[in-house]
Design a protein around this ligand. Structure first.
Ligand SMILES: Nc1nc2ncc(COP(=O)(O)O)nc2c(=O)[nH]1
Length: 282
C-alpha cells in the first residue's frame, strides 16, 4: 500500500524534476557506446531536453561495478565538448565526476552541478573546488570504487546506516565550505547495496528524505540491475535497455513522495508518467 507520510514536508517542488543521463562512454552499463561520440552525445542531450529534461547529467567515466578507472585526461576529453555545447544552449548541466581536475574544468566551462558519486570520498579536494565555485553538489552515498563496491554491503540497518554515513559526508562538505543549500543528497541506489538493500532504501523514501529534510534529494534507479532481477524471466534478467517501464514506475513513486529529482536515461516516458501522477495527487 503506497502511503505518503504527511510528515514528508520536504521543501521540494510539487513537480519532481528530471535529470537526463548522457554517458559519453564506451562502457556504461546500459547505454555504453551509444553516445561515445561527443557530437552524437550533444544531439542526444538536445533530444532529452526537448523530451522534458530539466537537467542533463554528462558522464565521462563508467561507474559500473567492476569497471577499471578511466584515465582523467580521457574523461575530460569526453565530457568537455558536450558540456560547452549544452551550456551554450542554456541547458542546466550536471557533470558526473569524482575528480578534482575534471570538476575544475567543467565548472570553468559553465557546468551548474557537480554530481560526485563518491560524495567527496574519492578525491576530498573536490569539496574545496565546489566550495570556491558557485555550483550545486550532488553528494551520493558511496563506500568504494567500482572495483570493490559490491563487497562493501555489510550494514546493521541499511536505511539507518546510509542516512548516517551520508550525513557524515554532508558534514565534511559543509566543513569544506560548501553552503548547505547547494548540497543535493542521493542514497546511491546500486552502489555498495544488494538488490534487497536497494528495495529497502526505496521503500524508506520518506524516512531518507526526512533524514535530510532541508536538502534536495536525487534518486537514481534508471535501468539498474535490481530492476532486471525483479523482471527476470526463465532465469534471465531483463536486459538493461528493456527496463524503462520499470524505471518509470519508480519515477512516479518518487514523484508521489515529493522527491526533488529523478535521474533517468529515458526522459519523455518518465516525465509523462510523473505528470499524470502529480495531476492525480495535486
Ligand atoms: N547521482 C547519481 N549519479 C549516478 N551516476 C551513475 C550511475 C550509474 O550509471 P549510469 O550513469 O549508467 O546510470 N548512477 C548514479 C546515481 O544513482 N546517482
Amino acid at each position: 500500500m503506497i502511503s505518503v507520510d504527511p510528515a514528508n514536508t520536504n521543501p521540494h517542488p510539487a513537480r519532481t524534476l528530471v535529470m537526463g543521463v548522457v554517458n559519453v562512454t564506451p562502457n556504461s552499463f546500459s547505454d555504453g557506446g551509444m553516445w561515445a561520440d561527443p557530437e552524437v552525445a550533444i544531439r542526444h542531450a538536445r533530444d532529452l531536453v526537448v523530451d522534458g529534461a530539466d537537467i542533463i547529467d554528462v558522464g565521462g567515466e563508467s561507474t559500473r561495478p567492476g569497471t577499471e578507472r578511466t584515465p582523467e585526461d580521457e574523461e575530460l576529453r569526453r565530457v568537455l565538448p558536450v558540456v560547452k555545447a549544452l551550456v551554450a544552449d542554456g541547458v542546466t548541466v550536471s557533470v558526473d565526476t569524482m575528480r578534482v581536475s575534471v570538476a575544475k574544468a567543467v565548472i570553468e566551462a559553465g557546468a551548474s552541478i557537480i554530481n560526485d558519486v563518491s560524495g567527496g570520498k574519492a578525491e576530498p579536494d573536490i569539496l574545496n573546488v565546489v566550495a570556491e565555485a558557485d555550483v550545486d553538489y550532488v553528494l551520493m552515498h558511496w563506500r568504494g570504487q567500482s572495483s570493490t563496491m559490491q563487497s562493501l554491503v555489510d550494514y546493521k540497518d541499511v536505511v539507518t546506516d546510509v542516512i548516517s554515513e551520508t550525513s557524515q559526508q554532508v558534514d565534511a562538505a559543509i566543513a569544506a565550505g560548501i553552503d548547505r543549500e547547494r548540497i543535493i543528497v542521493d542514497p546511491g541506489i546500486g552502489f555498495s547495496k544488494t538488490a534487497e538493500q536497494n528495495w529497502q532504501l526505496i521503500d524508506a523514501v520518506d524516512a531518507f528524505q526526512q533524514g535530510f529534510a532541508d536538502l534536495r534529494v536525487l534518486w537514481g534507479v534508471s535501468r539498474k540491475r535490481f530492476l532486471g532481477e525483479l523482471l527476470a524471466h526463465n532465469g534471465q534478467d531483463r536486459p538493461a535497455l528493456e527496463r524503462d517501464a520499470s524505471t518509470m514506475a519508480l519515477s512516479t513513486y518518487f514523484a508521489l513522495h515529493r522527491a526533488w529529482c529523478v535521474r533517468t536515461h529515458e526522459v519523455r516516458g518518465n516525465r509523462d508518467a510523473m505528470d499524470v501522477v502529480a495531476r492525480l495527487f495535486s
